[in-house]
Design a protein around this ligand. Structure first.
Ligand SMILES: NC(=O)C1=CN([C@@H]2O[C@H](COP(=O)(O)OP(=O)(O)OC[C@H]3O[C@@H](n4cnc5c(N)ncnc54)[C@H](O)[C@@H]3O)[C@@H](O)[C@H]2O)C=CC1
Ligand SMILES: O=C(O)C1=N[C@H](C(=O)O)C[C@H](O)C1
Length: 233
């Protein structure tokens, strides 16, 4: 499969290694200094760029009939627009706030726990995410997906960074050098606490998931998620 990498930073480089090991070809590395893109030999685009760049990259690929796997976070105000452009072009698109198998299992666990906690009003939920100091967005895309999973199953109506009202989920974002990504969901009552934690030890899981998603999407049309790729409930 011929892959174009949009964003050749920490994730772009990790994806390149994994894609080459799985016998794919990297036919384009698009970054800030790229002036022209030849779309003719690209089978699939994988975007791990920047919040301010992702939507334009996705749009450009869709208009050139290239399926897109997007892992960039912090651009979701434009998500519905991206879905619309995908539909108009009969394209194929996956955005995931986190492509790792472990986090996608963690999303399922989070929903299951939230469903159980929904009626237990003595417990208050909170969340913490920790990432490296170069991260541009806060809270992380993964934390937002976790919060959305809780909101779906409980009476919480929204999430807020730091200070939250009674019906909102407070999210704390910490930035510590060299931390690939740690997410903790906590439920606390007067008498006890329950915590679930996912810790990424490195970036390989994210990168492998993105390449697997790119392999999966070839030949398909539509807007999908990692649930479809991993065949989760
Ligand atoms: N969904 C997931 O599983 C994961 C998502 N991420 C997200 O992926 C994104 C990238 O992460 P990193 O690689 O760690 O960041 P990074 O800063 O190391 O790399 C980003 C690269 O994008 C480039 N870039 C800037 N503007 C661009 C444009 N218009 N077109 C193409 N490239 C452009 C930058 O020059 C840089 O080389 C972030 O939004 C991060 O939150 C990171 C890890 C996992
Ligand atoms: O910026 C990162 O590094 C990461 N970003 C994603 C997010 O915002 O959730 C995924 C992962 O946690 C690493």
């Amino acid at each position: 499969m011929n892959i174009a990498l949009f964003g050749y930073g920490k994730m772009g480089k990790m994806i390149e290694q994994i894609a080459l090991n799985r016998n794919h070809k990297i036919v384009a590395k698009i970054d800030l200094d790229t002036t022209e893109i030849n779309f003719s030999d690209i089978d699939v685009a994988i975007d791990f760029s920047m919040p301010s760049a992702a939507f334009d990259n996705i749009k450009q690929c869709m208009e050139n009939n290239i399926p897109v796997i997007c892992g960039t976070t912090g651009w979701l105000k434009d998500y519905d627009n991206a879905v619309q452009i995908c539909k108009e072009n009969n394209g194929a698109f996956i955005y995931a706030s986190n492509f790792s198998l472990g986090v996608n299992l963690f999303f399922e666990l989070n929903s299951y726990l939230a469903k159980m906690m929904g009626n237990l009003k003595q417990y208050q939920v909170s969340m913490e995410e920790i990432h490296h100091t170069q991260k541009l967005d806060a809270p992380s895309g993964t934390a937002i997906t976790l919060a959305e999973g809780i909101i779906k199953e409980t009476d919480y109506s929204d999430w807020k960074l730091d200070t939250a009202k009674a019906n909102e989920i407070p999210i704390t974002a910490k930035r510590i050098a060299d931390t690939p990504g740690t997410h903790t969901v906590s439920y606390n009552s007067e008498v006890d606490g329950i915590e679930i934690i996912h810790t990424a030890h490195n970036r390989e899981g994210f990168a492998l998931g993105a390449v697997v998603a790119a392999e999966w999407i070839l030949g398909k049309n539509g807007v999908f998620s990692m649930k479809d790729v991993l065949n989760l409930s």
